[in-house]
Structures are given as structure tokens and as C-alpha cells.
Design a binder for this molecule. Structure first.
Ligand SMILES: *Cc1c(COP(=O)(O)O)cnc(C)c1O
Length: 388
């Protein structure tokens, strides 16, 4: 089980990002954590080894990443998985057949698919609610409810869940409170401070930051959950290879720096779009006009680079996403490069149209994952794409 070292929590977040979990390597003194590309470890005698026996169970490169991300979140145990979905599946595998989960209705599409098409066949029961409404969450709780799973802000409507209120509710009803913190990252949102038991990440996104691998993480502050997650890594085996762990570790070193640039660019672009008469609506929690702006200011220390806007119609949305030159038309988010997407036909195509429209996800909605380029260039790119 990978527990952080106590000194990993002593410093500020930018310092933790660079150093936590990474002592200079003892053999040659390498400053950067090496890639321990091995499946097994030699034993000096029966039961005598250096803490590693088989790489599904533990790997030094993976442990460095696990300590690093756990320290960034302010947790004590980190567990890396082969993808964000594998991380979320492991969280669900903490439960047993018959257990009930209350989940946000606007969560990542893959999370909804995993719950509805895989885990419900194996006996878990799910309810989906608008997690903006604490009362709706409370009404959905049943005697068999064991877990509350939320994402905030949500994709692509940028709706928020009140972490303090939901953390208090989950605590009083003895539910495991799980927060998918992929969008905000620990730099801008700290779910453990609001009572989260488990924080999950798709490290594919901001933590890696360079769009060159797939991975996931689960962090906790509870020894019992840390032990169970380590057991699941070993028993199920959905673990990442050392090279992918190393790529995320390399990414997290600049996480604080990158997030501040994503945030600065996101704010400028949201303001520019909001002031443009060609754009009927902009969804970004950092805009004072966002209906939950006050909550965003309370529980987030930055708003990041994710936003969406209404283009007015499918045809206009199509023209915009096909005309940008710097913003690349692609799924995913969190990399240094800016991406543009059309949720109705891309990330949310599997969601029935009636359900999409009920949540405001129209065929005219365009999503931006704002990168770290020069904001002036990004604005000029959007300006030419929006031209009639
Ligand atoms: C991408 C994403 C996931 C899934 O992660 P993968 O690494 O693609 O498996 C889960 N949650 C959120 C919020 C995501 O953006």
C-alpha cells in the first residue's frame, strides 16, 4: 500500500508538485525518478526483498506517482490505475451486489456507461440526480445507499455541486463520498477539505497535461480504504505500466504552473465570448453571470480552462468547430494544446437527445478545452471561426 511520507504534506502545492514522492534515486543519484521497467524483483533469500515482489502489486515509479498525487490532493494513500475508468471501476468495486449509489446525472459519459451497462448487471443499483440540488440528493438516499458520487464542475454544462453541503450530508448518512476532481485538479479544488472519502482522477487530462497517455488515480485519507484499493490493484490488476506513470509524474511537476495559465486563458476567453453578440450564452463558473458563481468562488480557487458556449444552431456549431486553426477538433481535455468539440455528436452522443436537451446540452453547444497558448492568438482564432 502506498502511503505518503509525512514531509510530503509540509509544502505548498507547487513545491509538492515538483518534489512530493520523489527522493533522489539511491543507486546513481538520478534527480528524476527512473522508469523501473521490470515485472519482478530479485529476492536475496526466502522472504528477503527490498519491498517489491511483483510489479502488479508495486513498482517504484508507480509508487512515486502515487505519493505525488496523494500529496497534491492532501490525501495519505494514492493508487494508480490504467485509466480513469479503471480507477472509477475500482471505486465501485469497493461496494457489493445490492448496494445503491447516488450519482450526479451530468457525470462523464463513460462513468454513466460503466454504471448502467456493466456494474448494474453485477448487482449495483444507481440513481442519477441533479447534484446542484442538495435536497434532490437527500431524497434519493435509500436504506441500501452506500456511496455518493459527484463531479464538479460538470462536463460540458459547467454546473457545480456544493461540496461542503454534500460532504456534510454524506457524513451524516454514512455514505462514501466520492469526488471526480479531474476538471478542477487539486490546484483549484480540494475535496478532502469538504469531507470527501475518495478523490478520483483521469490522469489522462490535466495531471499528465500533454495528451500522451491514459491513466487514472484514486486518493484517500482513510487507511481502511487505502488497504482495500491496494488489494484491488493486486486482485484485479488494472494497473498502469511504469512508463505511463513516469509521463504523469513528469506532467505533475508543472501542474501548478499550467493550471494558472489554463485559468488565465479560460477567464479571458469566457469574458470575450460573453461580450460577443454572436454568442447567445457562455457557461463558465468564473463569469459573474454563472448562476453558481458565488459557490464557485467559495469552493474553487481558480476556474480553469474548460468552458462551453451556445452557437445558436447545429449548423453554426459545425462551422465553428471546423473553422478553428489553433483549437483542434478532438475529444479529451487537459493538455497544453487547445481543443474544441461538439458534445452532442462527440462526447455526449450516447446520451439520448431528450436527456441532452433537458440538461441544456443542445445541438448548438460548443465545448472548449482552453490550452496554455497566447490568449490573443486563441481569441483571434475564435473570432475568425465565429465570422458569419
Ligand atoms: C476522461 C474522464 C474520465 C475517464 O478517464 P479515462 O482516463 O479516459 O479513462 C473520467 N472522468 C472525467 C471527468 C473525465 O474527464
Amino acid at each position: 500500500m502506498t502511503r505518503i511520507r509525512d514531509h510530503d504534506l509540509e509544502n505548498g502545492l507547487a513545491t509538492r508538485a515538483v518534489h512530493a514522492g520523489q527522493e533522489p534515486e539511491p543507486l546513481a543519484g538520478a534527480v528524476t525518478m527512473p522508469i523501473f521497467q521490470t515485472s519482478t524483483y530479485v529476492q536475496a533469500g526466502l522472504g528477503r526483498h527490498k519491498g517489491h515482489e511483483y510489479a502488479r502489486v508495486s513498482n517504484p515509479t508507480r509508487e512515486a506517482l502515487e505519493r505525488n498525487v496523494a500529496a497534491l490532493e492532501g490525501g495519505t494513500h494514492g493508487h494508480a490505475f490504467a485509466s480513469g475508468m479503471a480507477a472509477i471501476d475500482s471505486v465501485l468495486t469497493l461496494l457489493s451486489a445490492g448496494d445503491h449509489v447516488v450519482c450526479g446525472e451530468n457525470v462523464y459519459g463513460g462513468t454513466h456507461r460503466l454504471m448502467e451497462q456493466v456494474r448494474s448487471r453485477l448487482g449495483l443499483v444507481f440513481s442519477y440526480v441533479d447534484t446542484r440540488e442538495v435536497a434532490a440528493v437527500e431524497r434519493a438516499i435509500r436504506p441500501a445507499t452506500r456511496m455518493l458520487f459527484v463531479e464538479t464542475p460538470t462536463n460540458p454544462m459547467m454546473r457545480l455541486a456544493d461540496l461542503a453541503a454534500l460532504g456534510a450530508l454524506a457524513g451524516s448518512r454514512r455514505l462514501l463520498f466520492v469526488v471526480d476532481n479531474t476538471f478542477a485538479t487539486p490546484i483549484f479544488q480540494r475535496p478532502f477539505e469538504y469531507g470527501a472519502d475518495l478523490v478520483v482522477h483521469s490522469t489522462t487530462k490535466y495531471l499528465n497535461g500533454h495528451s500522451d497517455m491514459i491513466g487514472g488515480m484514486v486518493v484517500t485519507r482513510r487507511d481502511d480504504l487505502g488497504e482495500q484499493l491496494a488489494f484491488l490493484q493486486k486482485a484485479v490488476g488494472a494497473v498502469p505500466g511504469p512508463f505511463d506513470c513516469w509521463l504523469v509524474l513528469r506532467g505533475t511537476k508543472t501542474l501548478a504552473l499550467r493550471m494558472h495559465q489554463h485559468d488565465a486563458n479560460g477567464r479571458r476567453i469566457a469574458q470575450w465570448l460573453a461580450a460577443d453578440t454572436r454568442v447567445p450564452a457562455v457557461f463558465y463558473p468564473g463569469l459573474p453571470a454563472h448562476p453558481q458563481h458565488e459557490l464557485a468562488c467559495r469552493q474553487m480557487s481558480g476556474f480553469g480552462g474548460m468552458l462551453s458556449f451556445e452557437a445558436g444552431s447545429f449548423e453554426r456549431a459545425r462551422r465553428i468547430v471546423e473553422r478553428t486553426r489553433i483549437f483542434a477538433l478532438a475529444e479529451s481535455l487537459g493538455g497544453v494544446e487547445s481543443l474544441i468539440g461538439h458534445p452532442a455528436t462527440m462526447t455526449h452522443a450516447a446520451v439520448p437527445k431528450a436527456m441532452r436537451e433537458a440538461m441544456g446540452l443542445t445541438d448548438g453547444l460548443v465545448r472548449l478545452a482552453v490550452g496554455i497558448e497566447d490568449a490573443d492568438d486563441l481569441i483571434a482564432d475564435l473570432d475568425q471561426a465565429l465570422a458569419p
